[in-house]
Design a protein around this ligand. Structure first.
Ligand SMILES: [Zn+2]
Ligand SMILES: [Zn+2]
Length: 350
């Protein structure tokens, strides 16, 4: 067995620092992956700093992982050495509950096993994520990455991509539909690209006029400055779906007012403090829906990757060596990244 090189946080106050450990011996259905790239998600930072009060230290974050299969367990049938693969937020689930049976492992009623800060269902060991050179995952939770895409740009699809793809599909984004995306960060920029590729009329909502040109480059048909009441009013009662990626606490009513009858506002950003409850009349008068959505199941994540392969979609990224992760966290807090940091794990193999 070879040593896995990683970066870990040892407590909520410390910066991430070099950390070494051994991955488990391959079980029958396990795939051994040499990690090439790992995206940097906001959840990584929340978890490293114990902001959700459930971190098991040391924590090795990272759940936007792309790598090459190096070897497989004796009963693996889907993958072989040399395959380009991805791993997202989940590495296991109970596989028997109603949600798992429907391929919605992210809603596993017995709790899915997170790629990091989760607990292995066999040994109870804490899982370590993709800020590491190697990964061992059951083949049922491994995704196939289209070879025509830049693998570094694929990494963020495994969380940011599927988090926006799933609600767009669930609520029918496509030709003839008017779809809003709120916020142009890691999630929002993927939402714009995906909704555009699905054929919807895409409107990006942002508070910063500086993002207008970029939003249009990414595929937005229109950009609305959400602080401008006149611009908002011009879109009243017109949206089929709005996907809200903003994680900061804010008033949802201005966006609910933009939905047409039976329209849906879906929340995918995870705020530290809840949004205030919206006005009930805004919902009942037009049978509007306020919904939430969590990443996506394994089958849907594969569907998303195949969709991105077909349409040539990847994330806009800034590549960093592992050694720059603490700096990247500080910049991420200031939204100073277009639009996702991706770690080049070769920086840990030297
Ligand atoms: Zn994530
Ligand atoms: Zn389950």
């Amino acid at each position: 067995m070879t040593t896995t090189h990683a970066y870990a946080a040892t407590d909520a106050q410390s910066k991430l620092a070099p950390f070494e450990f051994q991955r488990r011996e391959l079980r029958e259905h396990d795939v051994h992956i040499e990690v090439l790239f790992c995206g940097v998600c906001h959840s990584d930072l929340h978890q490293a700093r114990n902001e959700w009060k459930n971190t098991m230290f040391p924590v090795v974050p990272g759940h936007e992982i792309v790598g090459r299969v190096t070897k497989v367990g004796p009963k693996v049938s889907k993958y072989k050495a040399g395959d380009l693969v991805g791993v997202g937020c989940l590495v296991d689930s109970c596989r028997t509950c109603a949600s798992c049976q429907e391929g919605l492992e992210q809603y596993c009623e017995n709790g899915f096993v997170g790629t990091y800060n989760g607990q292995d269902r066999v040994t109870g060991a804490v899982t370590y994520g993709g800020y590491s050179t190697q990964l061992v995952v059951d083949e049922a939770f491994v995704l196939r990455v289209p070879e025509n895409l830049d693998p570094a740009g694929v990494a963020p699809l495994l969380c940011a991509g599927i988090t926006t793809y799933s609600p767009l599909r669930t609520w029918g984004a496509g030709p003839g539909k008017k779809v809003g995306i709120v916020g142009l960060g890691g999630l929002g920029h993927m939402g714009v690209k995906l909704a555009h590729a699905m054929g919807a009329h895409v409107v990006l909502f942002t508070t910063s006029p500086s993002k207008i040109d970029d939003a249009k480059r990414l595929g937005a048909d229109e950009v609305v400055i959400s602080k401008n009441q006149a611009e908002m009013d011009a879109h009243a009662n017109s949206f089929d779906l709005i996907v809200n990626t903003v994680a900061a606490q804010h008033d949802l009513n201005p966006f609910i007012n933009l939905l047409k009858r039976d329209g849906t506002l879906t929340l995918v950003g995870a705020p530290e403090h809840d949004h205030p409850s919206p006005q009930v009349f805004n919902l009942i008068m037009k049978r509007r829906r306020l919904a939430g959505s969590l990443i996506g199941g394994i089958a849907e994540t594969q569907e998303m990757l195949d969709f991105c392969g077909k349409h040539g979609i990847t994330s806009d990224i800034e590549m960093i060596p592992m050694q720059k992760i603490n700096e990247a966290y500080e910049r991420m807090l200031k939204s100073d990244v277009k639009y996702r940091f991706v770690i080049d794990l070769d920086s840990l193999r030297k």
